[in-house]
Design a protein around this ligand. Sequence first.
Ligand code: BES
Ligand code: MN
Ligand code: ZN
Length: 486
Amino acid sequence: MDFRTQSASLDALAGVSADALVLVLAGDSVPAGLDPVLAAAVKDAIKLGDFELKAGKTLVLQRVAGVKAPRLVLAAAGAATLKAGRNAAQAALVQLKTRGAVHAALAYAGFAALDESMAEQTVLAAAEAVYLYRHTKPSAAPAPVLSKLTLLAGKDEGKAVKAGLVRGQAIAAGIELAREAANRPGNYATPTYLADQVKQLGRSHGLKVEVLDKKAVEKLGMGSFLAVAEGSDEPLRFIVARYDGAAKTQAPVVLVGKGITFDSGGISLKPGAEMDEMKFDMGGAASVLGTLRAVVELKPKVNLVCIIAACENMPSGRALKPGDVITSMSGQTIEVLNTDAEGRLILCDALTYAERFKPAVVVDVATLTGACVIALGGVRSGMYASDDALAAALSSAGEAALDPCWRMPLDEEYDEGLKSNFADVANVGSRAGGSITAAKFLQRFAGKYRWGHLDIAGTAWKGGAAKGGTGRPVGLLTHFVLSQVR
Ligand code: BES
Ligand code: MN
Ligand code: ZN
């Protein structure tokens, strides 16, 4: 999609030319200063009972007298906040998805000045509205024709809006890449596919990319990652990509993604219902890939290392068994009490590997526990951090990106359950506090640097009728990386 900005004052929007004029209205009365032609149309629609100034309401009108654009789309935001504005813009653009309009022009009324964040979120709303999964269903629906969006800005807003459009487009591209990878079925989005995606990004943007195979991973002593991968015939990949945006002497930000391209549970087999959704178990890897995509476009002065551990978790004659003890790259031995707690088994070796970069900070991202879905649902990702400053940085990145997270605790008492009679640590504790014990397990392997962990089990994809990857937390991570520029 093509995004641009044009200056247009609120009292003269009716003259704007486009296939559709989208008007996002905040507040419970028609905003002062709005073009009288539009104000009259809004008031009339309310009087007729066709529209209300309540969050979520939209109305499409055709050929309104005095309005140059042949379609006028009204969308009520309710509150004049970033989130309400974004939701309303998205609802309006969804209305246009299945119509004939190619070019929409969008204006906000009743909000404070249009700033960088609003422009960014407008782009994300539009990208979300028109995204359609087609790779294995080309017949899905005709591609939306809406392909151009002009954001109408007041006279002093142009500069901020332009910057917001740039950031929004980079993040949108990252989100789309992440969603596409997540949505592709397990027999398409394999570890090799993920490696190819990173390599492609590396070629087009001059990144250093290294893809390690089983042999290389064996040589590194990643006994834990290997043990999970061993149950499958699909070859594992350990993917490392480096973006160098700052001086070599500057310690990098390291992102680590869980890339289980299908999680059957292994010998501790999952129940059949909704097992298909375990193709999304590479959502962490997808979001790291998507963040890299956004970062290479925005070129911030920061060094970034992206690590993806990718394999399948399958039952077979070579698969891990409950009770098996494996030796991680760190040297710690692990008693595998449940082969379905595989995410932490691949991440622990990736966290040990990350040490070699002498990182400023390491953040791992994983669809790690069903318990996190119970705790936080699909609204906020679970966030863990080794220090308050990092927690604050992740938190504010999430708020700024409308991709929120919520801090969870790491008290040492949560470690109790991970004791084993046969190894240094067990891979599961009791059911209680499952997201936290998973984080405590990872923390043992992340001792030597500042460490953050995002449990995105509830936020990486949606089930039900709208089943599909969300691209989260690409927005949060991109904002976080941008915040680490020194
Ligand atoms: N990939 C799952 C976590 C998951 C489950 C994400 C459901 C989203 C929805 C993970 O590998 C897993 O199976 N975790 C187990 C851990 C348990 C065995 C301690 C879980 O959450 O049930
Ligand atoms: Mn599992
Ligand atoms: Zn899993």
